[in-house]
Design a binder for this molecule. Structure first.
Ligand SMILES: NC(=O)c1ccc[n+]([C@@H]2O[C@H](COP(=O)([O-])OP(=O)(O)OC[C@H]3O[C@@H](n4cnc5c(N)ncnc54)[C@H](O)[C@@H]3O)[C@@H](O)[C@H]2O)c1
Length: 411
């Protein structure tokens, strides 16, 4: 069915009301809602044993001011409909472990009733014997832990970036995973599950158009990044690998594979006058050797294998907590614009077409909840077909992020 848009000027439509009034809006809601409904089959109700590796911000929240993420609270929500329990949390930081366990157990949910804490990952895997793990580690700490999980056939949800070393490192891990058919590995590129991104994918497919040019812009709020590791490329890989990678992934998701030889990048060096940031969080960006300090702004141009062109603009120059993020797709007859996908309330898609009118669709959504639900559903059903970011696919996003990051310092 062709996706037809209301022919009124500057229409603003709430996605949820669109779903309810689908006939009037002439939208193919079947496609739009394909990640939003979840029904458990009766035979799939055996209890999943889940463990967390890393008790930091992405798994338990509370460490990044204003941040919308944390998997623990999504699992609390999902445990209302999915049979699961958390059997272990592992982190070398004992104080943090005790804090998050106490905080979660205070909620008196069955989910946390049998949770044990471990300083050592291997001990946890062999004692608590989880079916699946959520891996939320600093970029430099990936590798051995994933191998230990794979050896034990433990399925993995791995937060991006999947590493910060040479691409061969993640290619080796990918090959290791591929020797274990049936192993489920999902990578945390949550924007792929966002209703707005699903809408755009469907819009392109239904109208049989491909972007000839993609422009992705990501500017994050550096004052709300208080972790010293982020500011040291030896630990984070640098801001495009650590963070801009979300938009490297979206660029690939919308536009296809990129010829890595075509990537050309430049950056604002931290030591330059232009690279001066007035409110770097205390303890960050100090004592880091010059060559490992991180770029303040990066611009990159590249060509897709299908002949299209693209660019990524990444920076860490915003203050406060709000990011500025948008992706523009220029297609035959349309400009499609994704705006503010990190906002749970304000994300929107604009469609500009030849009629000189444009429509605005609002997509309030929580893609973290959807990506976690899809992962847990895959573990229950042993069907990973709804996971949109596999490890193999994420390796290609890593290679693009790495190429942009590495190249930007060389000029
Ligand atoms: N998808 C997203 O939107 C999103 C959001 C935030 C963070 N992330 C990613 O998640 C990853 C983790 O980020 P974070 O904010 O939780 O970092 P964090 O620094 O808050 O937490 C990391 C935790 O890992 C622990 N750790 C270190 N080595 C370990 C080991 N060998 N075994 C077990 N635990 C170990 C640390 O002690 C720390 O508690 C990063 O790669 C980050 O980019 C993704």
């Amino acid at each position: 069915m062709l996706l037809t848009l209301p022919a009124t000027e500057d229409v603003i439509v709430d996605h949820d009301s669109l779903l309810l009034q689908s006939d009037k809006a002439s939208l193919d809601v079947e496609l739009l809602s394909n990640v939003s409904c979840y029904a458990f089959k009766e035979e799939e109700t055996s209890m999943l044993k889940i463990a967390f590796i890393g008790a930091g911000g992405v798994n338990f929240g509370g460490l990044d001011p204003g941040a919308p993420w944390d998997h623990a609270s999504r699992l609390e929500e999902l445990s209302k409909t999915i049979a699961l329990e958390v059997v272990g949390i592992s982190d070398p930081n004992q104080a943090r472990l005790e804090f998050v366990l106490k905080e979660r157990q205070a909620k008196n949910l069955k989910l946390w009733a049998n949770t044990q804490i471990f300083a050592d990952v291997k001990t946890m895997l062999d004692t608590a014997r989880p079916n699946g793990v959520f891996i939320g580690l600093p970029p430099f700490a990936h590798g051995e832990i994933e191998e230990m999980c794979a050896e034990r056939s433990i399925d993995m949800f791995i937060e991006k970036p999947i590493a910060c070393r040479e691409p061969a490192f993640v290619e080796n891990l990918r090959d290791c995973f591929n020797t274990r058919p049936g192993l489920i590995v999902s990578v945390g590129y949550m924007l792929r599950y966002h209703k707005a991104v699903v809408f755009i994918k469907n819009f392109l497919a239904e109208n049989n158009i491909q972007p000839a040019s993609i422009c992705a812009r990501y500017n994050s709020a550096y004052t709300s990044m208080p972790k010293p590791g982020f500011w040291d490329a030896r630990m984070s890989g640098g801001p495009v690998i650590e963070q801009g990678t979300h938009f490297c992934d979206l660029v690939r998701y919308f536009g296809g594979e990129i010829n890595l030889d075509s990537v050309a990048s430049i950056c604002v060096q931290p030591s330059s006058v232009m690279g001066t940031l007035s409110e770097v969080p205390p303890g960050c960006d100090v004592g880091v050797p010059e060559e490992h300090r991180i770029a303040r702004a990066t611009s990159s141009l590249f060509k897709f294998k299908n002949g299209a062109v693209g660019m990524l603009q990444h920076a860490i120059t915003m203050k406060g907590e709000r990011y500025f993020t948008e992706v523009e797709l220029w297609c035959d007859g349309y400009v499609v614009r994704l705006v503010d996908p990190y906002s749970s309330t304000d994300c929107r898609v604009e469609i500009h077409d030849s009629s000189n009118k444009h429509q605005v669709y609002k997509f309030p959504d929580d893609p973290y909840l959807t990506e976690d639900r899809v992962f847990l559903e895959a573990l229950h059903s042993r069907d990973s077909s709804k996971i949109t970011s596999s490890y193999s696919d994420a390796v290609n996003t890593y290679k693009l992020s790495y190429q942009i990051q590495k190249g930007c310092y060389e000029k």
